[in-house]
Design a protein around this ligand. Structure first.
Ligand code: AMP
Length: 282
């Protein structure tokens, strides 16, 4: 695996490779890697000829500076995991490399509704930060396919919007959420959970499963409230337990029994904020 710290070197390398490798796959991450990240690498290896992974803990997407400071960094272990997964290239830029003072990127992106709802509402500025880094990374790597996790459902929608806003031709491939054996969605933040909270965290998955098994056409307000009450009773601070149209993210209070819908939950245990989601319809 080749490791690049500088954009210029990576681009030169990719330019040479592009004539040999017909398809380049890209997996952007913030490190503290787990099997969920590796499932993206695996997909990229299956669908493309050269897999580039990036690790960059993007300060611009942390609305809470304390969350940024506490974000786990496990670089040596990450490199070992990427090697064992057969990653071809690791891009490891620093903040100065990604955000030089002089640049010609937009200062903000037209994200409209996505910035007003769910993660957009609870983490002001977060998706602007995601677009700030993703726009740069997508232009640097110029991949054929970028692989991202359904775990961050709304982020995938925002990146899709970024692709259409910028006209970047990279295709977005959304990879299903990888879960621990008990159902908890794998996340770098899980490392910060104490033993007791780690056991409690699985109730987010149970709340999603309950919503799925009890969903019926008609009024769904009670179903959402029951999920939030269930998690509150288990000791979570619940930001939301919502049902939304899976294509538009429009929140719903009634379901017509036909539209494709997704349940989304964000809830914290002792300041560790967890998000998860599940398609309610196939
Ligand atoms: P992060 O390092 O948390 O920014 O995540 C990097 C990428 O990995 C994002 O596209 C995430 O959606 C994806 N990801 C995170 N957790 C999982 C998971 N449990 N299963 C699949 N993909 C994931």
């Amino acid at each position: 695996m080749l490791i690049f710290h500088h954009i210029k070197d990576l681009r030169q390398f990719l330019l040479n490779k592009r004539s040999v490798h017909s398809q380049i796959g890209f997996v952007p991450t913030m490190g503290a890697l787990h099997q969920g990240h590796l499932s993206l690498i695996e997909q990229s290896k299956m669908q493309t000829d050269l897999t580039v992974c990036s690790i960059f803990v993007n300060p611009a997407q942390f609305n809470d500076p304390k969350d940024f400071e506490k974000y786990p960094v496990t670089l040596d272990r990450d490199i070992q995991l990427l090697l064992s997964a057969g990653t071809d290239v690791l891009f490891l830029p620093d903040v100065q490399e990604m955000y030089p003072e002089e640049h010609d990127y937009p200062l903000s992106y037209e994200l409209g509704y996505f910035e007003t709802v769910l993660e957009g509402a609870y983490r002001p500025g977060h998706f602007q930060g995601v677009c700030k880094v993703m726009h740069r990374l997508l232009k640097i790597v110029e991949a054929d396919i970028v692989f991202m996790g359904q775990k961050d459902f709304q982020q995938c929608m925002v990146v899709q919007q970024l692709l259409s806003l910028t006209g970047i031709t990279t295709k977005l491939n959304i990879v299903p959420t990888l879960r621990e054996p008990d159902g908890l969605a794998m996340s770098s933040r899980n490392m910060r959970l104490g033993d007791q909270d780690r056991q409690t965290a699985v109730f987010i998955y149970e709340a999603l499963m309950q919503m799925k098994s009890q969903l019926q056409a008609g009024d769904v307000v009670q179903l959402k409230k029951a999920a939030a009450d269930f998690l509150t009773a288990k000791g979570f601070k619940v930001d939301y337990a919502e049902l939304a149209n899976a294509h538009t993210l429009e929140l719903i209070d009634t379901w017509n029994g036909k539209d494709s819908i997704v349940a989304l939950i964000a809830a914290s245990l002792n300041d560790v904020r967890l998000i998860d989601n599940m398609m309610m319809t196939s």
